[in-house]
Design a protein around this ligand. Structure first.
Ligand code: 4AD
Ligand code: MG
Length: 478
């Protein structure tokens, strides 16, 4: 059995003069003597000092950047600058060579664009070590938050026959032969011959199934991958992303807003407490990046200040109608600086408008409610005005829409009418309608885009850098 100690523990250890064994990947090797070794347990490296006079030349040559090694030696207090402990090696073994001519990660700063092309190796950089540790902590915190509140974690299907959002942005799932597609008499593709005997797709949201479970358990949440075939090549969109979708029976829009705000604050403060080193690093990273920008484009806040600010302040709540009034008379609208000018009630908000509200006007997270029914999904509860629905979007600085949710339409007749208006087929969703038929109750829920949360907490600027292997138009490498 392999035995080793983790570098994160050794860096804190004061057990000097004991024998230790570490395994990791060489970051650098200086003067045929000093190995900076990283095993991923933390961002820091441990210095392994090689006795080069008593080490064969051909072994020294194989200690190269990227190589995996095992080092055994004595843990000693370091005399060198920048570290408190080091290992005086008695034995170094090469586990896996790395040709320094070919290894793409050099001990220097690489651009994020370049690292995206070598996403299989970028975990071995400090930036991605920090990002993925924070991602891990946030996902753990989400489970802990819901577990503490008695929510049941539901695994909703990845393959489905329905389009939960009714937006038609689905990836088809099929085993039909494209070269020889079975056809019905009227020339359409005959899905009865397909694997499931019908047309199926990858899920865009687990909400509809989540609602079914909420109408039995009282409160549930999902946390799984969702897929959108929208052709959005932006720094905020992925074709495959992870979504958290709580659904609560006997709840209205107020309950929904409160749950969402509590959750956001809980998980951000969990990350702050449990990822101090990583957030410190990311904070400095962002500060460096900001320095490259012209003065007027720089952020007023550091990353850590932004997180603290978000924890300390209530999210600003206002209706869509109030937001439209603010936007209409805003400077960028008056001066025609918005790409999409706001001239009338009913306009869909673009990310430039959302960002104006959050970053310029309120300077804090904003919960926008009661949107026009025509720009929202069929399942959102119709308000008494007959024009708006009990929807909410939570907008975050630097991100725009972080959360989308609503109170659900629990009244069968209204729901059916909304489905007809929006051309959502009732026959296909018979099981969804059944919950309104048997013991319907007010209920509400929302979806949090997990990568957008990770983006906010890490201060990274491109969503492709906070998921291990991003999927987006024309790209599905790895
Ligand atoms: O607003 P959306 O489309 O809402 C739903 O899917 C509802 N069924 C949620 C619910 O009420 N249970 O998506 C929810 C969130 C968005 O606010 C955004 O953060 C994220 O999912 N999101 C994306 N994240 C990355 N890439 C994309 N293409 C995304 N589309 C939505
Ligand atoms: Mg939305």
């Amino acid at each position: 059995m392999i035995k080793r100690q983790q570098i994160k523990d050794l860096l804190k250890s004061t057990d000097f003069n004991t024998e230790v064994t570490v395994m990791g990947w060489v970051r650098t090797f200086r003067n045929n003597q000093f190995i900076a070794l990283n095993d991923g347990s933390c961002m820091g490296n441990i210095q392994v000092v090689v006795d080069f006079n008593n080490t064969p030349e051909n072994l020294l040559k194989r200690i190269t950047t990227g190589a995996a090694i095992k080092a055994t030696g004595t843990l000693i207090e370091s005399l060198g600058k920048g570290q408190t402990v080091e290992i005086k090696a008695t034995k170094v073994e090469i586990l896996g060579d790395s040709d320094p001519e070919k290894f793409p990660l050099q001990p220097k700063k690489h651009s994020l664009e370049f690292l995206r092309e070598i996403a299989h190796l970028r975990f071995r950089t400090n930036t991605f070590n920090a990002v993925f540790k924070v991602r891990h902590a946030l996902s753990f915190a989400i489970h802990q938050f819901y577990n503490e509140r008695g929510f049941v974690y539901m695994h909703t299907p990845v393959i489905t026959a329905s389009d939960a959002e009714g937006a038609g942005e689905m990836f088809k799932v099929t085993t039909l032969d494209f070269e020889n597609t079975p056809r019905t008499e009227d020339g359409k593709v005959d899905f009865s011959e397909d694997f499931f005997g019908r047309a199926t797709n990858l899920t865009v949201s687990g909400q509809l199934e989540g609602e079914l479970a909420a109408m039995a358990f009282g409160h549930i949440y999902t946390f799984g991958p969702t897929f959108r075939a929208e052709n959005s090549n932006t720094t905020r969109h992925l074709a495959e992303f992870w979504m958290i979708e709580p659904e609560v029976a006997f709840a209205d829009l107020e309950n929904n807003m409160e749950l969402a705000e509590d959750m956001m604050k809980y998980v951000i403060s969990y990350a702050k407490e449990n990822c101090k080193e990583e957030l410190e690093f990311l904070n400095n990273r962002l500060a460096e990046e900001e320095k490259q920008k012209p003065q007027n484009e720089r952020s007023e806040f550091t990353l850590l200040e932004k997180l603290d600010f978000c924890l300390a302040n209530d999210f600003q709540r206002l209706t869509y109608t109030e937001a439209i009034d603010i936007l209409k008379s805003s400077k960028p609208n008056q001066k025609k600086q918005f790409k999409y000018l706001i001239d009338s009630w009913g306009a869909d908000l673009q990310s430039e408008h959302e960002r104006y509200l959050v970053e310029k006007h309120f300077k804090r997270p904003v919960i926008l409610t009661d949107y026009p029914k025509d720009i929202k999904s069929f399942y959102m509860r119709l308000n008494d005005d007959g024009k708006t629905v009990a929807a909410m979007d939570i907008l975050f600085p630097g991100i725009g829409e972080m959360i989308g949710g609503s109170q659900r339409e629990e009244r069968m007749d209204v729901l059916k009418q909304r489905m007809d208006e929006m051309s959502v087929p009732q026959e296909e969703l018979w099981w969804y309608l059944d919950t309104r038929r048997f013991g319907s109750a007010p209920h509400a829920g929302f979806g949090l885009g997990f990568e957008r949360l990770v983006l906010f907490v890490t201060g990274m600027t491109n969503i492709r850098d906070v998921i291990a292997f991003p999927r987006f138009p024309k790209s599905a490498e790895f």
